[in-house]
Design a protein around this ligand. Structure first.
Ligand SMILES: Nc1ncnc2c1ncn2[C@@H]1O[C@H](COP(=O)(O)OP(=O)(O)OP(=O)(O)O)[C@@H](O)[C@H]1O
Length: 464
């Protein structure tokens, strides 16, 4: 085991009563920072040639912003409700006004931006197919040279982290997911051993995951990695809990306690976070209507208020695939960077009903077989997510020439662009058969495998 074991969870509890109910781990609820402050925060870097996209009601604006960035012009997205001064803080070279067809004109909002006297492109008739037009505009009218690159981003981010943190310490919750892993690598590159990562094993990780994450970070990056094996603590607390929401709450509450205890030992004034740009953009209601909030700010599960960290969020201006690119450039392996999305409560929400150690082991084994066969057949990167689910139903079967009465494993494979809707993948029949044969043969306690053919909607991606 390469990581430093920080076990020995002490009795201190950092939570105040009443805070627990909003701690839905993995749902990004509970705020360390107020999102509007975030939006109004003084920009740390003065990226030259910034173009601000003003959102007057445009569904695909994030994709549009991303497409212009692909042409090496740095874009930011702001709602039309933003004060004009906030726009000028970014010293933009130009503005692009974006709205879908049929969206109200909002002349007052428009006037405050026109008063800035910046070059402005009007795309209020829709943005579809207008990327080239926008890049012409940026170059011809705003003087952009198209020099924004990921190398530049990394250099700037490292300089920013160093100047923000100075000689002090940073603590970061490392999940082994893309966002926190890339942030770990980036902060480590900037300040080395001033960073301590806390990796919590909540007993719900996938097969070999604790070893893999420690191997990658502690060995390859020579990083201070604090590995907390709290499996027993989580699994004891989850005993008999079958309601999906309750399960998430138990996992979230326990996670915060374990993380807070480990972080207290590091005694760092700074907390690193894997906030990414969509986390911020999707938290901003376009019309100041709280119902428009899709999700709250990304954070380590909503830490208790008495843990007053200053935040280090070096990829808060990047889209997910840009974060992946940074990760690749910093030397993170593809097995980590290009992984399928994985829910915060991990196998906990893929095990329907109350979690027993024995049935969790069945799920873990079945999940590993599914991933292994999918990869071998060349289908891993052709699907958004493919995984096993434990179904707490026993059926009659024949195993080893004898009657068996065992559990069911379901396989789910979906494709999606944004996780909002999803289509079922028609995996080759032979591949499904191979998965089934291996699962019933190798996983004790399972004698039946089914394939979930439900799209989203009406289903959700995860079963719980
Ligand atoms: N097992 C864990 N150990 C330590 N920190 C964790 C763990 N799981 C989650 N975290 C922290 O909580 C944050 C939010 O968790 P969540 O699962 O919602 O993240 P995410 O958006 O999928 O990000 P990531 O790609 O980093 O997993 C993570 O970015 C990470 O900092």
């Amino acid at each position: 085991m390469a990581g430093r074991n920080c076990g020995g969870i002490g009795p201190d509890v950092f939570l105040k009563s009443g805070q627990v109910s909003r701690l839905h781990f993995g749902q990004k609820e509970g705020m360390l920072t107020n999102i509007l402050n975030q939006l109004g925060k003084e920009s740390m870097k003065q990226t030259p040639e910034t173009i601000v996209l003003l959102n007057f009601g445009c569904e695909d604006i994030q994709k549009f912003a991303r497409a212009i960035r692909d042409r090496h012009i740095y874009t930011m997205v702001m709602p039309y409700t933003v004060p004009a001064e906030r726009v000028t803080q970014e010293a933009p070279a130009g503005l692009i006004v974006c709205a879908d067809v049929g969206v109200p004109a909002r002349p007052e909002a428009r006037a405050k931006f026109d008063a800035l006297k910046l070059p402005t492109l009007d795309l209020t008739g829709g943005i579809g197919g207008k990327v080239d037009e926008a890049v012409e505009f940026c170059k011809a009218k705003c003087g952009c040279t198209g020099s924004w690159t990921m190398e530049k981003f990394i250099d700037e981010a490292i300089a920013d982290i160093r100047s923000q943190v100075g000689g002090q310490k940073v603590v970061l919750g490392l999940s082994g997911g893309v966002d926190s892993s890339v942030v770990a690598a980036l902060i480590h590159k900037a300040i080395g051993k001033q960073l301590t990562c806390v990796f919590v094993n909540h007993g719900l990780l996938r097969k070999n995951e604790p070893e893999m994450v420690q191997e990658i970070f502690a060995r390859n990056f020579d990083m201070n990695l604090c590995y907390v094996d709290a499996s027993d603590r989580f699994l004891d607390k989850l005993k008999g809990v079958s309601d999906p929401e309750q399960k998430r709450k138990v996992i979230g509450k326990e996670f915060i306690e374990v993380f807070a205890e480990a972080a207290a030992k590091v005694d760092a004034p700074f907390l690193g976070q894997g906030t990414i740009y969509p986390d911020i953009l999707e938290s901003i209601p376009l019309d100041g209507n709280p119902n428009g909030v899709i999700k709250s700010h990304h954070n380590v599960g909503g830490l208790p208020e008495n843990m007053k960290f200053k935040l280090v969020e070096p990829v808060e201006r990047l889209f997910k695939d840009e974060v992946r690119e940074v990760g690749r450039m910093l030397g993170l392996p593809s097995e980590l960077i290009d992984r399928h999305p994985f829910p915060g409560p991990s196998l906990g929400v893929r095990h329907v009903g109350a979690i027993e150690r024995s049935t969790l082991a069945m799920l873990r084994e079945a999940d590993a077989i599914v991933t292994e066969e999918l990869t071998k057949a060349g289908w891993y990167h052709k699907t958004w997510q493919t995984f096993a689910i434990f179904v707490p139903v026993k059926t009659v079967g024949i195993k080893n020439h004898q009657r068996s009465y065992d559990y069911v494993i379901a396989i789910r494979s979906i494709n999606s662009v944004d996780a909002v809707t999803a289509q079922v993948v028609r995996l080759p029949w032979e591949l499904l058969e191979t998965m089934m044969e291996r699962i019933v043969k190798e996983v004790d306690g399972v004698n039946r495998v089914v394939y979930d053919i439900t799209a989203k909607p009406p289903g959700t991606i995860e079963w719980e």
